[in-house]
Design a protein. Structure first.
Length: 274
């Protein structure tokens, strides 16, 4: 797996944020799950969202992706205010996400799971179905070719005709990630992509995420594996008690007493190999 630093050019241009969250709040039964979280996600980079359990990480991702509405604050994708938009509208702007527990389309084959991913397919139009069948066949052929290429890359090609529900946990995680890649997102939200997988698969997934960056995608990932964060992430956002505690590279955050006290403690001071 190539590291983050090996991918960055000597002259790293200033990146405008692809995502900007400002003073996001969300409470449940009077308890603040998110309490004024504010941060930017730079375009074309891999950013980690870390923090202790209950820090509000998944709630923030749910708000960004439209799965949940915030009580106050704003979310911008580029220059567009998408605060409390419906999920499908945000997805049309180029946002995709995965979940802590993989959500495959169990009754479809592995290949079919990828074929449903591309946005605004010609077959969604009744006019095209009846009057432009050649267009549909051409697009379907192109989608199958691309899906097959992605499945080969992710080691799932031999399982292409298997039902998704028959896959192992690790294979389901790969399927969900590859389905997201099939949609060509500009912003890909990954919720704990390394959770529950073996070390060899962690290494592979890390390589795939770096490949996403090479392809021009921006990645925001919730991740507890600090070895992975250290190795592949350009930027780290630390949440604690629903607010943004600090941002920067993990090496910088080790020297931040507030971050160490709130979350990282002995783990972050021990370095990336412990």
């Amino acid at each position: 797996m190539t590291t983050r630093d090996e991918m960055n050019s000597p002259v790293d241009q200033v990146n405008e944020p692809i995502l900007r969250c400002q003073d996001i709040t969300k409470s449940f039964l009077g308890v603040n799950a998110v309490n004024g979280a504010t941060f930017d996600v730079p375009k074309g980079k891999i950013t980690a969202l870390i923090g202790p359990n209950g820090a509000g990480k998944t709630t923030v991702v749910n708000i960004i992706s439209g799965a949940m509405k915030c009580d106050s604050g704003t979310v911008h994708m580029g220059s567009t205010d998408v605060t409390n938009w419906e999920r499908y509208k945000i997805a049309r702007l180029g946002l995709m996400r995965t979940f802590q527990l993989s959500r495959e389309l169990g009754g479809l084959t592995v290949l079919e799971n990828l074929l449903v991913a591309p946005k605004v397919q010609a077959g969604e139009s009744l006019f095209n179905i009846f009057f432009r069948p050649r267009l549909l066949k051409r697009e379907e052929r192109q989608n199958i070719e691309r899906a097959t290429e992605i499945l080969r890359t992710y080691g799932l090609y031999e399982l292409r005709d298997s039902l998704a529900r028959e896959l192992s946990g690790g294979q389901k995680k790969l399927l969900e990630i590859s389905r997201g890649v099939m949609a060509s997102p500009s912003l890909f939200l990954l919720d704990e992509p390394m959770a529950g997988v073996n070390p060899a698969l962690i290494e592979r997934i890390g390589g795939y995420i770096l490949d996403m960056k090479r392809q021009g995608m921006t990645v925001l990932m919730i991740e507890h594996n600090l070895n992975v964060v250290e190795k592949i992430c350009d930027n780290v956002i630390v949440l604690a008690e629903g607010r943004t505690l600090a941002t920067g590279r993990l090496s910088e955050l080790r020297a931040n007493p507030e971050v160490v006290q709130a979350y990282l403690g002995e783990i972050i001071n021990a370095g990336p190999h412990n």
